[in-house]
Each structure stands twice: as C-alpha cells, then as structure tokens.
Design a protein around this ligand. Structure first.
Ligand SMILES: O=P(O)(O)OC[C@H]1O[C@H](OP(=O)(O)OP(=O)(O)O)[C@H](O)[C@@H]1O
Ligand SMILES: O=c1[nH]c(=O)c2nc[nH]c2[nH]1
Length: 191
C-alpha cells in the first residue's frame, strides 16, 4: 500500500536496525485518515471471504481492526486483553504470547461470550515480527471453534519468522507494507 509505505519512510523511526517506531501515526497518535484507508485496503484484500468477526489484540490492533470493520459492513471486532483484571473473570479462551517489544510473556484472553463455534474470522494486527501475537490469536480462534480465513497485518518485517510460521500452519497472510530489512536505520521494502 503505497500511501502507507510513503508515510513509514517519512515519519517512521528505526531503532537499532530492528524496531520500527510509528508512534506518530499509529501506535500512539493515530492518523485516522490513513488508518481509514488501511481498513479499506484490508476489506479489498479479504473481499473473497465471508467474515463473521474480526479478532485483534490490545492495544495497537484495535484502531486498525475498527477501521477494517467500518469497511466490512461493521463486522464485529473482538480484542484480546493482555492483563488480568476484575473484568476478565468468567470463562476465557487464553494463549500465552511472548511480546517482542516488551520482552516478556503475557496471557492473552478473550471472553467465551464473544467468539462462537462455526464462525469465520479474520485476525488483524499492526505488526508481524516473530508471529507470536498472531499465532496466539489463531490458538484462541481454534479453542473457540472458529475458522481463520486470513491474517491482515499493517507492517510485516519479513526478516523475522512470523510469516513463515503462519504459512507453514496453513494461514493466509496479507500485509500492507513489507519490510525486507533496515539499512542504516532506514526501512527497505520488499516491493
Ligand atoms: O509478531 P510478534 O513478534 O508477536 O510482534 C507483533 C506484536 O507485537 C506488538 O505488540 P506489543 O506486544 O508490542 O504490544 P502493543 O500492541 O501494546 O504495542 C504488535 O502490536 C503485535 O501484536
Ligand atoms: O512498534 C513496533 N515496532 C516493531 O518493529 C515491532 N515488532 C514487533 N512489534 C512491533 N511494534
């Protein structure tokens, strides 16, 4: 997606040739016009599949999944929580996920009320790196008896193993910006 790639080149900051920081338009401040276009692009890419529900994970996935929902006939969005609280009492689907940026493991949970056996879902997230978050969400979908029709990612770092892991497990991955590597803290895109 050209608009997204240009924005990454213009405003993205690269840390240690490893982490892309896009806090100025997605991960902290949100450019809603850009994210609306991101949602529309996901809807275009997944127009061939029936989607009952979008699954994502807090925090950064939520805005993107919301934008995709608006472009997919207001398809319901369910997000996994990362922290236990008084709100996560009751029956939950769970997956252990190692966070690449926070360098710690957490348990992602989705309440059993919001995913139903037999539904078709798409997983949406902001980044794909090691694939841990996306794999965790596919595990939650499997526990619920949902079929994962695809995984939509805003920024994929192809030098990490996320896509390989997901494709080996049989999942379709659609990424809107694919970064092959960082050179001198500048992103080099795959295409
Ligand atoms: O493919 P992976 O190695 O799992 O990396 C991608 C995940 O990492 C980031 O989440 P993070 O844990 O940084 O939390 P955040 O969404 O709150 O920023 C990002 O939002 C993805 O969910
Ligand atoms: O903001 C982010 N930048 C990254 O490079 C990354 N990789 C995983 N998760 C990430 N989040």
């Amino acid at each position: 997606m050209e608009e997204l790639k240009q924005r990454i080149l213009q405003d993205g900051l690269v840390i240690d040739n490893r982490i892309l920081k896009i806090d100025s338009f997605l991960n902290q401040q949100i450019d809603t016009a850009l994210i609306t276009h991101v949602g529309q692009e996901f809807a275009r890419r997944f127009k061939d599949v029936h989607i009952d529900r979008i699954i994502t994970i807090e925090s950064s996935g939520i805005a993107v999944a919301y934008a995709a929902s608006l472009a997919l006939n207001n398809c319901p969005v369910v997000f996994a929580r990362k922290k236990k609280s008084l709100l996560t009492k009751g029956e939950q689907y769970t997956a252990k996920i190692y966070s690449y940026t926070k360098e710690e493991e957490y348990t992602a949970t989705i309440c059993k009320d919001y995913l139903h056996a037999g539904e078709s879902v798409v997983i949406i997230d902001d980044f794909l790196a090691s694939g841990a978050a996306a794999v965790g969400l596919t595990q939650i979908a499997a526990q619920a008896g949902c079929t994962v029709e695809g995984i939509g990612i805003v920024v994929e770092k192809t030098f990490q193993t996320g896509r390989e892991t997901l494709e080996k497990a049989g999942f379709r991955v659609e990424s809107l910006a694919r970064i092959a590597r960082f050179e001198n803290n500048k992103p080099i895109f795959v295409e």
